[in-house]
Ligand binder design. Structure first.
Ligand code: ACO
Length: 309
């Protein structure tokens, strides 16, 4: 009975094997997985907006085709993730309702505006770079459907990052005004990218349990540090400055030191008070409402087919 099932669950985690939908799992684990996967799915879908903003104004056909493909990939990521959440018994319509009523979170990063086309490049480089840094270890997450979705997502995410970096390289070879545009975008996105990794470990309520369950493989601060170390040489190769006067190599730690993060700004965003929170949710709500007739037609068609059978 239950104690045996619980032992089997723990044993599976200990041996680094995957928990699958058919397996017994503790309610807390189910809740944690639904919470994280839903937030992640919502982030992919809301994340289509900041860059989608530039599709009609991309500077060339080539850039437009790339951007369209990228934004479509994000929709696909959202779909894999909602499907993974469904394997845990979550209801897709219910998750969407929770998103548009503000009861479930999505990543803080998507509440900032995209002011110039350089933002498209910087989102690819820094935001997708941070996402990869956070998501590669999730390919080894203990929940099978999530880990497998993550493998595919990471492959596409690394294409996104490269397109961003290549876009920025091109702009940096351009005019003085273009270089200034890139630097301005870097200045605006650097700190929010560091916030993507979540609160500092000491203030992260979920990390300890998620590490014990091997849902998370590294803490928020570990991954943030990895991202900073990764980004410094990339910024140098690009020829931009990261907007942190305290950013400096620490020989003893073999890591870069960096300045304090404005956690008040992060908290305000999580409360819904960021520059674009209201706009993002309103847009998502409208898209959902505009799609009502499609859902109704699909349901009516399915009912009719069932009646025939
Ligand atoms: N934006 C919004 N909310 C956040 C963020 C963030 N950047 N970071 C942490 N939070 C939330 C957590 O979801 C949690 O909220 P909840 O308890 O109400 O659900 C709260 O802040 C406390 O944080 P933690 O205890 O550290 O939460 P957790 O252990 O879940 O770690 C993390 C947060 C690292 C984001 C983790 O959930 C994760 O790895 N998620 C998968 C990756 C992901 O969602 N990426 C989305 C952005 S990337 C992209 O889509 C391109």
């Amino acid at each position: 009975a239950e104690p045996d099932l619980e032992r089997l669950f723990e044993h599976t985690i200990e041996r680094d094997q995957r928990i699958e939908p058919r397996d017994w799992l503790p309610e807390g684990y189910r809740k944690t997985m639904i919470r994280q996967i839903a937030q992640h799915a919502h982030s992919e879908i809301i994340g289509m907006q900041p860059e989608g903003n530039w599709i009609t104004r991309a500077p060339s056909l080539r850039r437009k085709a790339i951007l369209l493909a990228k934004v479509q990939d994000e929709a696909g990521h959202g779909l894999y993730l909602y499907s993974a959440a469904e394997t845990l018994g979550a209801d897709r319509a219910d998750l969407t309702e929770k998103l548009i009523s503000g009861r479930q979170k999505y990543s803080s990063i998507f509440n900032y505006p995209t002011l110039t086309f350089a933002d498209v490049g910087v989102i690819g480089w820094l935001v997708d770079g941070a996402a990869i840094c956070n998501q590669v270890p999730l390919c080894r997450s203990s929940y099978g459907p999530y880990a497998r979705a993550m493998i595919r997502i990471c492959k596409e995410e690394s294409f996104h990052q490269r397109q961003g970096y290549e876009l920025l390289m091109t702009m940096m070879r351009g005019t003085e005004a273009q270089r200034a545009m890139v630097q301005d975008a870097v200045n605006r996105w650097w700190w929010p990218s560091l916030m993507m990794f979540g609160p500092p470990d000491a203030e992260s309520p979920n990390t300890a349990q998620s590490m014990a369950w091997k849902v998370k493989r590294h803490t928020n601060d570990e991954l943030r540090q990895r991202f900073v170390d990764m980004s410094v040489p990339q910024a140098k190769a690009l020829g931009v400055t990261l907007p942190d006067p305290e950013l400096k190599w620490n020989e003893e730690r073999q890591h870069h030191n960096f300045g304090p993060i404005d956690w008040d700004e992060f908290k305000q965003i999580l409360k819904g008070n960021g520059p674009c929170n209201a706009q993002r949710i309103a847009h998502r709500r409208k898209a959902h409402e505009d799609g009502a007739w499609v859902r109704e037609a699909a349901a009516a068609y399915a009912a009719k087919q069932e009646g025939r059978a």
